[in-house]
Design a protein around this ligand. Structure first.
Ligand code: AMP
Length: 309
């Protein structure tokens, strides 16, 4: 299962991605999380990314593509992945398509979690996350506060407020989303891979909207892929089955040899001639038909632009 989750900051795609990880046992790959880890670890990459992230801008494509390439090559991504926060612009989407094509594992679905702009600001500025990375529980002081105040209900660790979840940075992030990321909706629509889930309501309701789409889009695709693979396997098996048939004349040859050398040669010759002649006749007949049919179509296509000019 290879999915991209699209949605504005605050659409809840991170929360939904975590639920999808539990259900489908495939990793969530969040460039935001990977960048924050690099910032926290103080790596060279983290130092480069920190200022841009705090200003609400986009980290350079080179850095992000390097991170994503390395992450997708890890063994746990072989069974599939949920991309969260990547791609963030058209060049990243094109680079992802090229990378996945090289890996022979194209994207199956781009799922947009759709939320009205008014809700996004409250969701982002009110967001609180468990500081324990292994837990990662997310709360919201407006919509879903922790019952234990500023501590995680699940593990008791203190909750933290992301440095880029303040109003000024959130405003900038929403602006960047509108300008750079929202064109991805049209990009994936053109590929026939876009589906939209309503991202407002209870977390479990939104999760159902999302999984209904995944089940409808990817499961049938998986069935078709299985059929294609089975047909390919049968086709691959056919030449193997044909080999014993080819061996039959070899078995027959010793029996014919004692009778006479000349007659078997005469009998063998027509058989070969007939076998060869059939495809030749078919091949000779076919090209003129297709050529005749193809010619007017090409001429018609060429004629259109001339009219347009
Ligand atoms: P997120 O957690 O996805 O909201 O990302 C937090 C910040 O990390 C963003 O505001 C960007 O500065 C940076 N970031 C995350 N993913 C990307 C990406 N694919 N391309 C560029 N910058 C990114």
């Amino acid at each position: 299962m290879r999915i991209v989750l699209l949605g504005a900051p605050g659409s809840g795609k991170g929360t939904q991605a975590k639920l999808l990880v539990d259900k489908y046992k495939i990793p969530q790959i969040s460039t935001g999380d990977l960048l924050r880890e690099a910032v926290a670890a103080g790596t060279e990459l983290g130092k480069k990314a920190k200022a841009v992230m705090n200003a609400g801008g986009l980290v350079s494509d080179d850095i992000v593509l390097g991170i994503i390439q390395e992450r997708l090559s890890r063994p746990d991504a072989k069974s599939g992945f949920i991309l969260d926060g990547f791609p963030r612009n058209i060049p990243q989407a094109q680079a992802l398509d090229a990378l996945l094509a090289r890996m022979g594992r194209p994207l199956q679905l781009a799922l947009l979690v759709d939320v009205e702009k008014g809700v996004l600001m409250k969701r982002l500025t009110g967001r609180r996350s468990c500081s324990n990375a292994a837990c990662g529980a997310i709360y919201n002081i407006h919509f879903s506060p922790s019952k234990t105040g500023n501590k995680c209900e699940k593990c008791g660790t203190a909750l933290s407020h992301r440095s880029d979840d303040n109003e000024a940075t959130v405003g900038k992030r929403l602006e960047v989303y509108e300008l750079q990321t929202s064109p991805l909706v049209a990009y994936y629509k053109a590929q026939g891979k876009l589906r939209t889930a309503r991202g407002v309501g209870g977390i479990s309701d939104i999760f159902k909207n999302i999984t209904d789409i995944i089940e409808a889009q990817i499961r049938p695709l998986a069935a078709v892929m299985n059929q294609i693979e089975a047909a390919a396997a049968r086709a691959a098996a056919k030449p193997k089955a044909a080999k014993p048939k080819a061996a039959k004349p070899k078995v027959a040859k010793p029996a014919l040899k004692p009778a006479a050398k000349a007659p078997p040669a005469k009998k063998a010759a027509p058989v070969k001639a007939v076998k060869k002649a059939q495809p030749q006749k078919a091949a000779k007949k076919a090209p003129p038909k297709t050529a005749k049919k193809a010619a007017p179509k090409k001429a018609a296509k060429k004629a259109k632009p001339k009219k347009a000019k």
